[in-house]
Design a protein around this ligand. Structure first.
Ligand code: HEC
Length: 306
């Protein structure tokens, strides 16, 4: 750079009767070029950001128009948000008065304050933003609630607690319930998050599996329609309720919690495709895509599923 710049000044010096003035002109030109490149870069970054903003806005507008009696805030009750679930909605509200997940939540609440290795989860997790701001990026790493809690458990010397275990799901529920009612707010102007959003977008809208369905085939095109005896939920608000708790699931497996990633796995199987394993980046990408679509919806986790 410097050499080229120096060469230029030499040439300029030969050609001009007033070399100093030319040098200043070249410097000003170079300076203006840098400013122009800088502004072009800023505007390209901003325009990309706007495009995600616009996508989220039109995604939300689609559901608000289709289910016009449901406000944005009310999309946080999964399938029971929709008028088509009215018959189940009253049972759901009745259950939420004394939720069946309470017996699983109480021990996890005390665990939250218990000291292991001089560390409580309460203190360890207070280093992070509140649950309505997850996932977020720290030191170029995407941090999800599960990963943050797993890292704290490791510091406590409890690495044996695994993803998909009933204890970890209950601890996620304890953390997320502390932000119940707070609108989802993600600071997503970050290259990593934007990349994952695009990945999640691709997975959500892409058709796959034996039945050639995409997530959107059911949760956009057929939201509000029934499948078997279930009303298919709107994709809007999906992330706000998790983990959810199902008593039917408790009787089947002994663990009533269903995490968001597990739900994604179950729905992958509904398309006839092989579900990605726990820890797969595709599940995180879907979580990021869906969480961004849920911007401004108040958290409402955990919740029962009938
Ligand atoms: C063939 C239809 C179908 C496809 C395809 C499908 N789902 Fe589902 N999904 C359902 C049904 C039915 C349920 C249970 C009722 C409900 O909650 O919508 C469900 C439940 C869910 C829930 C839980 C909602 C709640 O609050 O309880 C989430 C989240 C979800 N699906 C996400 C996805 C994602 C992401 C994909 C793509 C990987 C997908 N689904 C593909 C039919 C489908």
């Amino acid at each position: 750079m410097k050499e080229t710049y120096l060469n230029r000044t030499v040439i300029v010096g030969f050609q001009s009767a007033r070399p100093m003035k030319r040098i200043i002109q070249v410097e000003i030109g170079f300076f203006l070029l840098i400013i122009a490149v800088f502004f072009a870069w800023v505007s390209s970054v901003l325009s990309q950001d706007n495009s995600i903003d616009e996508e989220v806005e039109s995604f939300q507008a689609f559901f608000l128009e289709r289910f016009y009696s449901v406000s944005l805030e009310e999309f946080n009750q999964g399938p029971y948000s929709l008028p088509q679930s009215a018959s189940k909605e009253s049972t759901f509200h009745f259950l939420e008065q004394l939720p069946p997940y309470m017996h699983a939540l109480f021990p996890a609440r005390s665990d939250w304050n218990r000291n292991y290795n001089g560390i409580t989860l309460k203190n360890c997790m207070s280093q992070h933003p509140p649950a309505n701001r997850f996932p977020y990026v720290l030191d170029d790493q995407i941090i999800s609630v599960e990963n943050a809690i797993l890292a704290c458990l490791k510091l406590q010397g409890r690495s044996s607690v695994k993803v998909g275990s009933s204890l970890l799901s209950a601890l996620v529920a304890v953390f997320r319930e502390q932000s119940r009612g707070s609108p989802i707010q993600i600071d997503w102007v970050n290259e990593k998050l934007k990349y994952m959003y695009q990945e999640g977008y691709r997975i959500f809208w892409g058709r796959r599996g034996q039945y050639n369905y995409s997530c959107a085939s059911c949760h956009v095109s057929n939201a509000g329609n029934t499948m078997g005896n279930e009303v298919i939920s709107a994709a809007l608000g999906h992330t706000s309720a998790f983990p959810v708790y199902s008593q039917a699931r408790l009787f089947q497996t002994g663990n009533g919690w269903i995490t968001l990633h597990e739900q994604y796995q179950r729905c992958f199987s509904r398309t006839g495709a092989v579900a990605p394993p726990f820890g797969d980046q595709r599940l995180l990408a879907l979580e990021i895509y869906q969480t961004l679509n849920d911007l401004s919806i108040p958290l409402n986790a955990p919740q029962s599923r009938l």
